[in-house]
Write a protein that binds this ligand. Sequence first.
Ligand SMILES: NC(=O)c1ccc[n+]([C@@H]2O[C@H](COP(=O)([O-])OP(=O)(O)OC[C@H]3O[C@@H](n4cnc5c(N)ncnc54)[C@H](OP(=O)(O)O)[C@@H]3O)[C@@H](O)[C@H]2O)c1
Length: 264
Amino acid sequence: MPRFVIDPREFADQRVLVTGGTKGAGQAIVRRLSAAGAVTVAVARSAIPVDSTPGLFVQADLCTPEGAVTVVRTVKDKLGGIDILVHNLGGSSAPGGGFAALTDELWQEELSLNLLGAVRLDRALIPAMIERGRGVVLHISSIQRRLPLPDSTIAYAAAKAALSTYSKALSKELGPKGVRVNSIAPGWIRTTAAEALVQRIAEHSGTDEAAARQSIMDALGGIPIGRPSWPEEVAELVAFLASARAASIHGSEYTIDGGTIPTV
Ligand SMILES: NC(=O)c1ccc[n+]([C@@H]2O[C@H](COP(=O)([O-])OP(=O)(O)OC[C@H]3O[C@@H](n4cnc5c(N)ncnc54)[C@H](OP(=O)(O)O)[C@@H]3O)[C@@H](O)[C@H]2O)c1
């Protein structure tokens, strides 16, 4: 796992909300920004894992309008507002079987998780950023919005495409008002869940973890650097884009995929 030099004061007094901030990339983002002095808020459905250390944890289902209301009310009551909003929430649980297996319910679930959860929180929390004339919004998309995989992630890829397009549109509206908006498109990230998938593939196919990992990379068309990204590397990019060092970066999408996307 990579280690980076962190300025412990870079985000001092900044209030940061990270959706899905208890596992995978979200947990790494919370750790990275907390270590840099931010007051972090993590949101997830399950109780907080013992190794997670946000300043504040809100238990809510962000696929529902009620979950968004709970989060907004809690951060306004406890912190007065949010300066940096990291929409890390996302994923897919759709079954295999291609387009025909995707019912209206499954489409709705993928859109709620990967698009509407962010849209609702933005609508509630950005007006206060506009009033203050400053703020940062980051949407975690996916390379699948440009490189959709067939079989089980069609709806996920389409929802992430919508998220990236929404993020760009939002940047045009908010840039003149002092709020910076960008998105990040990761490729394969080496999360705990991804490692569990590697183990399942190895057990199912009777190979070892290296072969299973290679089979996932092959399905992606190869990863030129030969490995997935670490969650800490995604968190480092988030920290950069959220910081004053990126003050003129706005309306962009940064890809972090070890070269997986094969075109310019
Ligand atoms: N992993 C990858 O290879 C990869 C690749 C490209 C893009 N991405 C994107 O990167 C982001 C992070 O992915 P990840 O793999 O690190 O995620 P992850 O390990 O699956 O963690 C997901 C987080 O979101 C929370 N969560 C899930 N559903 C929720 C809901 N309805 N309401 C509130 N919280 C919820 C989870 O906690 P609970 O389960 O307790 O709710 C957990 O904290 C996602 O947007 C994903 O699409 C990931």
